[in-house]
Write a protein that binds this ligand. Structure first.
Ligand SMILES: Cc1cc2nc3c(=O)[nH]c(=O)nc-3n(C[C@H](O)[C@H](O)[C@H](O)COP(=O)(O)OP(=O)(O)OC[C@H]3O[C@@H](n4cnc5c(N)ncnc54)[C@H](O)[C@@H]3O)c2cc1C
Length: 362
């Protein structure tokens, strides 16, 4: 395959990106990895444009980190669940931490594979309810370029208020999974019994420690009640989500050129470019980011549907033409009272060279 795509280099790890003021190009330092993932050689590439899509990684909240990489009862992030499923199912008591889609699917899978009346399962999460994900058709218009454009134009404090308030758009649980969990629990009551399960939302794990005899103790706090307790368990599944990989240290070399918002985050313009000082922008060189712009582009940032539109936007910007023509209108909802700016035309490459970020642009 690589014979046909000579510009693609797999097994290469990017280590650093710098700006070379004399060459007016970015320098990209990389390490070529061998088949075992070990460093084989290093190299440097020069480029006018960098498009970063370094993705997300499993997240473990600080109070739960002492459980990692220490021997004893299994503690597994949801990302590794399938590889450890048999070990988990063999444990006496299992706790699933996290009330999102992964937590729900793992709880359901464990429930279905434990004997009725002897399930010995606890499911806890921080959200105030095991809440359904917003999945109505008009609700899904929050995942359109029209909404992204509206969101991007909002003042920074409004955007920062909106993102956590919109958790039910993407972090909750799909209604079919919730129904399947309820059905499975209900089925287990039909012969007069009751499942040996505890399902409690609104609970935060304050601390966690390993105990003798291969047990784990979780210190729990119920936010609304102001109550706390300790739970002893034999296995923990951390369905605690994923976080974007930090742009540091990859972009540390660009730090003097990057423009930041009021909270020290990189400014990202509508075309997914990091806003940089005029010396770099005037050279027509840009760093585009994918999946690092939640604070500027909103909840649609990690959405796979919008990823196609974002990729087309980036490609059109880099090539300076409408390589992938994009529709001007993508939602039936009109977001906001002020007329929304239509999709900006793809800048011509020569005109793009003259573009500089405005002082208050993000
Ligand atoms: C459990 C889960 C469920 C999801 N469900 C949905 C869903 O139902 N619908 C939806 O729209 N979205 C969903 N998402 C979100 C969506 O899957 C992600 O946003 C998307 O896959 C991210 O793609 P990406 O290409 O940005 O990152 P990734 O797929 O993570 O790819 C990043 C790549 O960059 C490489 N990389 C990292 N650092 C370097 C470096 N220094 N040098 C070279 N390479 C590097 C990594 O090795 C990796 O190959 C889900 C995400 C998760 C975790």
């Amino acid at each position: 395959m690589c014979d046909h795509l000579p510009a693609l280099h797999f097994g290469h790890q990017v280590d650093a990106v710098h700006w070379h003021p004399e060459h007016r190009l970015f320098e990209v330092d990389f390490t070529r990895l061998d088949a075992d993932g070990r460093a084989a050689s290093t190299g440097r590439a020069h480029t006018r444009h960098v498009v970063l899509g370094i993705g997300t990684e499993p997240h473990v909240p600080a109070p739960l980190r002492p459980l990692l990489n220490t021997p004893g009862a299994p503690v597994v992030h949801a990302a590794d669940y399938l590889g450890h499923r048999d070990t988990l199912l063999a444990a006496g008591h299992i706790t699933v931490v996290g009330s999102g889609q992964s937590g729900a699917e793992i709880f359901l899978d464990l429930l279905r594979h434990r004997p009725a009346g002897r399930e010995r399962l606890t499911w806890i999460g921080r959200t105030e309810a095991f809440a359904p994900m917003e999945y109505s058709k008009l609700g899904l218009e929050h995942f359109t370029p029209d909404y992204t454009r509206y969101f991007h134009a909002l003042p920074e404090p409004v955007r920062d208020r909106l993102v956590p308030a919109q958790w039910q758009l993407h972090k909750a649980i799909d209604a079919d999974t919730l129904a399947a969990i309820h059905d499975e629990l209900y089925r287990r009551t039909l012969h007069g019994g009751w499942p040996d399960t505890v399902l409690t939302p609104g609970v935060r794990v304050r601390a966690a420690e390993r105990r003798p005899a291969h047990a784990i103790e979780l210190h729990l706090e119920h936010t609304q009640q102001g109550a706390s307790t300790r739970l002893t368990t034999d296995a923990v599944v951390l369905a605690t989500g994923h976080r974007r990989r930090p742009l540091t240290p990859l972009l540390d070399g660009l730090a003097p050129h990057l423009r930041h918002d009021g909270r020290g985050r990189p400014r990202v313009d509508e075309r997914h470019r990091l806003v940089m000082d005029p010396a770099v922008a005037a050279a027509g060189c840009h760093v585009h980011v994918q999946n690092a712009e939640l604070h500027t582009h909103g909840v649609g940032t990690p959405d796979l549907g919008l990823a196609a539109w974002r990729s087309a936007t980036i490609l059109n910007t880099v090539t300076g033409k409408d390589t992938y023509p994009l529709p001007a209108r993508t939602a039936f909802t009109t977001f906001g009272l002020r007329e929304q700016q239509q999709r900006p035309r793809t800048p011509h490459p020569h005109r793009a060279r003259a573009l500089t970020p405005s002082a208050d642009g993000i």
